[in-house]
Design a protein around this ligand. Structure first.
Ligand SMILES: NC(=O)CCC(=O)C(=O)O
Length: 260
């Protein structure tokens, strides 16, 4: 099965959800002219990393974001991997990805598991406990958020559940661009699956972000890659390539988990 993907590599206004909702709507309308099957947004796209003010700007139960994606999915008949939003829960503020299918139905959520200390996440955010697995059109996928890509054992756990594509949403700074590219390509090759990674563009008071959203095939081939600025990255993926790669080099059969 083929899917046409649109990654919204948006600039994000610091601590300004209203402005960011407008910007996202505008980009979704633009992306829709190419009739994508799946639209992907970046990490914390409603607030950016204005963590100190999340008490005032976080979305209670992610309700506003849920209504937004429900309506956008119905309007454009497109699946949404809704980046992530600051989600006020009983456990604290989580960094939560929402998935909506093209009928506007809630299809899953994932709250970031690994908090990134270098950007103070551990001071303001609560770590999630979700698995992050979901299905769209009968295919199994997983969601990951930014720093998660440094944990190959977490990504492997998804691959062992027959996931065919990993959707990664991020606010990854420019100074570690080469880590971003190398880690994404490695996660695709070692798990023999597609990697669809949507990063933000622009800057906030503390960081300039890398852009370079990427769509990578199960052989590690870079199908599409963004530049540094705001843009919509389009790519088509063919999930049959996952079976092909896994049957040519059967690493899932050849693993020796009893020894490691
Ligand atoms: N938002 C993040 O999780 C950033 C992760 C990052 O920059 C890294 O190097 O890892």
């Amino acid at each position: 099965m083929k899917f046409k993907i649109a990654c919204l590599q948006m600039d994000i206004a610091f601590g300004n959800p209203e402005k960011n909702y407008h910007a996202a709507s505008r980009m979704i309308d633009m992306a829709s002219s190419q009739k994508p099957d799946i639209v992907v947004l970046p990490e914390l796209w409603t607030t950016g990393y204005d963590l100190a003010n999340l008490d005032g700007t976080a979305d209670e139960g992610a309700q506003e974001a849920k209504v937004f994606f429900h309506e956008a999915a119905l309007k454009h008949q497109t699946h949404f991997i809704g980046g992530s939003v600051a989600n006020k829960t009983e456990a604290g503020i989580e960094n939560t990805m929402l998935i909506f299918d093209k009928e506007g139905e809630f299809a899953g959520k994932y709250s970031k598991l690994h908090l990134f200390r270098l950007m103070d996440e551990h001071l303001y955010l609560a770590a999630g406990k979700d698995k992050g697995l979901f299905s769209l059109d009968g295919h199994k996928f997983a969601g990951l958020i930014c720093y998660d890509i440094r944990f190959p054992e977490w990504v492997r756990a998804h691959a062992l559940q027959d996931v065919e594509a990993l959707f990664i949403v991020a606010e990854w700074p420019i100074q570690r661009l080469e880590h971003w590219r190398a880690l994404l390509i490695a996660r695709a090759i070692e798990n023999q699956c597609f990697v669809i990674a949507c990063n933000r563009a622009g800057a906030d008071p503390n960081n300039t972000f890398a852009g370079h959203s990427m769509v990578i095939g199960p052989w590690g081939d870079v199908i599409a890659e963004g530049g540094e600025g705001e843009e919509i990255l389009f790519a088509e993926i063919d999930l049959d390539q996952v079976k092909e790669a896994r049957s040519k080099i059967p690493i899932f059969t050849d693993r020796r988990p009893e020894l490691y």
